[in-house]
Write a protein that binds this ligand. Structure first.
Ligand code: HMG
Ligand code: MG
Length: 309
């Protein structure tokens, strides 16, 4: 499809962005149906075939905490690894890192929270304790030349505390970077973010000299604000955007979290703005329709609905 380049309000937008496709990881963790490993592996391979270069594949967490991803080791073994493609996995602690290293994983993400309640629910630890847990993980991974993303959840509000001060986001972001995280993903875990908040949080991080090309945004779409938030992030120069095929996703430890920004909805906006991604929209739609058949429910993405054959 060629929509040409649409100038946007005089504000320069990045000519190209990298989509971090989180569907295989953020998706199944919130589904009651557990997909067979072969289906998960085909999902990952289809995403790569559609043009994704970063596919967050699974989590090496405790299987009792996220049973839907208990097959993480088998999945990594089952995937045909394509050259030049990154397959990050979530790793909370040294036990998870050891599992990942044994399988030759080269990209990991630790996942912290800026609020205490979510940190305790998700990691059984305070924010300080979680950062202590991450420290040796990040250090060991960096020694091994592995890229480490640091997630910060609840950056725009949480279901228990609602308001989250921007300085709190900056504090945890600074500490994650001091541990050695090479990239930060700013999480709108429960979808309450709106453009003004996104502008304020990103401006604070960028003003604090966190390199803009090391900041990703991760919007769940609970209130339908994810695309507006993404456009705000693009206007701040953000070039890494998390999205999930068909709008899968959520967090079992954040009750009100629904799916992520759908990759197809994101692609429709980026095509319209003339921003390159390298990802084929129709292949994504076909993949989400195929996966919906396995999940037994249609994709919530409007773009998938509009373009499904
Ligand atoms: P814990 O109970 O405090 O664990 O859970 P522990 O350190 O006390 O260890 C207890 C037992 O678990 C031990 O075994 C460990 O070996 C084992 P035992 O000695 O009793 O036989 N264990 C493990 N086994 C396998 N793999 C591991 C592992 N770690 C410990 N990695 C823990 C702490 C961090 C493990 C737990 O809280 C956990 O697994 N949490 C994961 C929660 C999760 O995955 N949430 C969803 C992802 S976050 C998200 O979705 C948000 C995001 O999308 C961004 C956004 O939207 O904002 C990223
Ligand atoms: Mg998420």
């Amino acid at each position: 499809m060629d929509f040409g380049v649409t100038p946007f309000d005089g504000v320069p937008l990045p000519p190209r962005v990298t989509i971090c496709e989180v569907g295989p990881r953020d998706g199944p963790q919130n589904e009651s149906a557990v997909l067979p490993v072969a289906v998960k592996a085909e999902f990952v391979e289809r995403l790569v075939d559609a043009g994704h270069t970063v596919v967050e594949t699974t989590s090496f967490v405790h299987p009792k905490w996220v049973p839907q991803l208990a097959d993480a080791d088998d999945l990594i073994r089952a995937i045909t690894i394509a050259p030049g493609i990154r397959y990050p996995v979530l790793v909370p602690n040294m036990a998870g890192l050891e599992r990942a290293l044994d399988l030759g994983v080269r990209d990991i993400a630790v996942f912290g929270s800026v609020t205490e309640t979510f940190s305790r629910r998700n990691l059984n630890r305070s924010v300080d304790e979680s950062l202590e847990m991450f420290a040796p993980v990040v250090a060991r991974a960096r020694e091994a030349g592995i890229r480490v993303r640091g997630y910060l959840s609840m950056c725009f509000g949480d279901p228990w505390k609602r308001e989250v001060p921007v300085r709190r986001v900056l504090d945890v972001a600074t500490r994650m970077r001091a541990l050695g995280c090479t990239e930060l993903s700013i999480g709108g875990t429960i979808g309450v973010a709106t453009p003004g908040r996104v502008e304020a949080v990103l401006a604070t991080l960028i003003t604090a000299a966190i390199p803009v090309d090391s900041i990703a945004v991760h919007f769940h779409d609970t209130y339908g604000e994810a695309l507006a938030n993404t456009l705000t992030a693009l206007r701040k120069g953000i070039v890494i955007i998390d999205a999930s095929a068909g709008g899968l996703g959520g967090c079992p430890y954040a009750g009100s979290a629904t799916g992520n920004l759908a990759t197809e909805d994101l692609l429709w906006q980026l095509y319209g703005l003339g921003i390159e991604t390298g990802v084929d929209l129709q292949k994504m739609v076909d993949t989400s329709v195929w996966l919906a058949g396995h999940l037994g429910r249609p994709s919530p993405s409007r773009t998938v609905t509009a373009l499904a054959g």
